[in-house]
Ligand binder design. Structure first.
Ligand SMILES: [Zn+2]
Length: 191
């Protein structure tokens, strides 16, 4: 029987969608990329399909993920960027050889140098993180208001006042908690 792994929570921004593969960092953390195959699966649904992934490459990916999380968090609270995290992001960005390809339909696709180059895929993610941390894109880095989450997310709302991370689950959970507080369960009628 195939093992069941936690679902991915995909957002619209590649880099923060990637950091979302570890959720509830300040609560009961959920690792959504527990095996090399799950990294392959995540890359496939994110437009960066590779053939295979080794344990060492999964380690590289997780190291990049936590480095993006650390740097994006610092950027969100306008703190100095952690040097070690910046180094990892830059190393991963520099190591890949992915090419942006324009399709006949006018869409951008990524072409990796060979099908098993996880490093190429990581370089695309690192470059995406660099563009949002550097403030090159229309939006603002912010931290999720859920105390157990605090994920860095990229707020592209008009007012830049979004409170919850990309995945909606944090906001929904909060709403449900508020609803339950306001609507205490009525005792079931006794016959
Ligand atoms: Zn959240």
């Amino acid at each position: 029987m195939p093992a069941r792994f936690p679902d991915f929570r995909l957002g619209n921004v590649l880099a923060t969608s990637f950091t979302g593969t570890l959720s509830e960092r300040h609560g009961d953390a959920v690792e959504r990329m527990p095996t090399p195959q799950r990294l392959v699966d995540w890359l496939a649904v994110s437009g960066l399909a590779v053939d295979s992934c080794t344990t060492a490459q999964l380690e590289l990916a997780r190291d990049l993920r936590e480095s993006i999380h650390a740097a994006a968090t610092a950027a969100a609270i306008q703190d100095a960027l952690p040097a070690a995290a910046v180094q990892v992001i830059n190393d991963r960005s520099a190591q890949g050889r992915a090419a942006a390809i324009l399709t006949p339909e006018g869409k951008r696709q990524w072409r990796l140098s060979s099908a098993s180059r996880v490093e190429d895929a990581l370089s695309v993610i690192a470059a995406d993180a660099i563009s949002i941390i550097a403030g090159e894109r229309d939006g603002k880095l912010a931290l999720c208001a859920s105390p157990t989450c605090q994920a860095a997310f990229f707020d592209t709302s008009q007012s830049r006042t979004r409170k919850w991370c990309d995945m909606n689950t944090c906001g929904n959970r909060q709403k449900k908690a508020r609803y339950n507080a306001n609507h205490p369960k009525t005792p079931s009628p006794t016959n």
